[in-house]
Design a protein around this ligand. Structure first.
Ligand SMILES: Nc1ncnc2c1ncn2[C@@H]1O[C@H](COP(=O)(O)OP(=O)(O)O)[C@@H](O)[C@H]1O
Ligand SMILES: [Mg+2]
Length: 349
């Protein structure tokens, strides 16, 4: 049976909005203009599919009728109680029916939560990382660790700085706690630990990694499509800088060939991405068509080369910059559709 040409494949691009946004969504005027353009350029028929909370049936019907669904929806948003429960149920359903879904909710669960720092701690990008699954473990184990040096505690689920704290020893039994909104408090360690009980009560775990002293030298964001690096962004992130420190300048982008990053690119493509996939029980084709890995600079090695420390992986809503990213994610989508020898929508299901 001949493999259908790309023009036969239909792709839905999903983001969150209200009913009006869904009705009015157009490729040319959307935030994902560059993605639509890349999809069309490579011969895929792309349509917007705005996810409206409470209107799952509309989305389900639309998404069942396409070949691939590409999703940009954050799991947690700062000022609302929005979540992805209903969306994820629909995505699981359409994936089970044979539609390509990226990122699949199960894949986000494995790669996109801070627990990945713990699961991959033995890898080259890892540090001495701990996971507290229950409050009692935090209370027992954390005091000895923070006594040795500054630590960063992170809620397993969170983004945009919700639930990240730098904790370091202060006078006596006190600690200095800095949140990533740059507020600082000096308080008894016991009181800080007691506060954390509410995190566990909400079903969240806490990950503990050493504070990286070079954090102000720039965070390297690696954009990845599947198993291939699609570009880099460097940002001078100041989240855990002292309050008097200036604000961050904008991120600087380069394509996958960016000279400064070729060593990092090789490490990622040759070693770290395959190792991570194996550790997490994922196949290469499970990795999202666009995701990112954020790296802090670690200590220089014996040869004077920078080491890279994984800070987090974003898998659920990585906006595809730099300019090379939309084409890269399109190529990955196309390759997977062709590889799966999926019949164009409507014939296979
Ligand atoms: N181990 C660390 N050492 C130094 N700074 C850190 C460390 N972990 C996180 N940060 C800082 O805190 C910010 C937020 O942490 P991150 O893990 O990226 O969580 P999120 O983006 O989900 O809030 C980072 O961008 C970085 O500036
Ligand atoms: Mg971050």
């Amino acid at each position: 049976m001949p493999i259908p040409g790309p023009a036969h494949f239909k792709v839905a691009v999903v983001w969150r909005g209200d009913a009006q946004a869904r009705a009015e969504a157009r490729p040319e005027t959307s935030r994902f203009k560059a993605v639509f353009a890349a999809l069309e350029r490579q011969g895929l028929a792309a349509e917007p599919a705005v996810w409206v909370e409470g209107q799952a049936d509309l989305s389900r019907a639309q998404l069942m009728a396409v070949d691939a669904v590409l999703v940009w929806v954050n799991p947690v948003t700062k000022d609302t109680d929005e979540n992805r429960v209903a969306l994820d149920a629909v995505l699981r359903e359409i994936s089970a029916a044979g539609v390509l879904v990226s990122a699949h909710p199960d894949v986000i669960d494995r790669m996109g939560t801070k627990e990945v720092l713990y699961r991959t701690r033995e890898m080259g990008w890892g540090t001495e990382t701990h996971l507290y699954r229950i409050h009692a473990a935090l209370v027992t184990e954390f005091p000895g660790r923070v006594a040795e040096g500054p630590r960063v505690l992170k809620r397993s689920r969170g983004n945009g700085g919700i639930g990240v704290w730098k904790v370091e020893r202060a006078a006596g039994l006190d600690v200095l706690v800095q949140a990533s909104d740059r507020s600082q408090r000096t308080m008894p360690l016991d009181a800080f630990l007691a506060e954390r009980a509410s995190d566990f009560a909400a079903g969240i775990t806490l990950v503990d990694q050493p504070f990286q002293a070079r954090h102000l030298e720039g965070m390297v964001r690696c954009y990845v499509s599947g198993t291939r690096v699609a570009g880099f962004g460097v940002q001078f992130v100041t989240a855990l800088a002292p309050p008097e420190h200036g604000r961050a300048p904008p991120r600087l982008y380069s394509g996958p060939e960016g000279e400064r990053f070729q060593r990092l690119r090789r490490l990622l493509e040759r070693d770290w991405i395959p190792e991570m996939a194996a550790l997490l029980g994922l196949e290469p084709d499970d990795l999202p068509v666009i995701w990112d890995a954020d790296f802090l600079l670690g200590p220089k090695d014996a040869a004077g080369e920078d080491s890279y420390v994984l800070c987090e992986i974003n898998a659920s809503s990585v906006f595809p910059v730099p300019d090379t990213a939309p084409d890269a994610l399109t190529a990955t989508t196309l390759r997977r559709l062709a590889h799966a020898r999926i019949q164009p929508a409507g014939k296979s299901r």
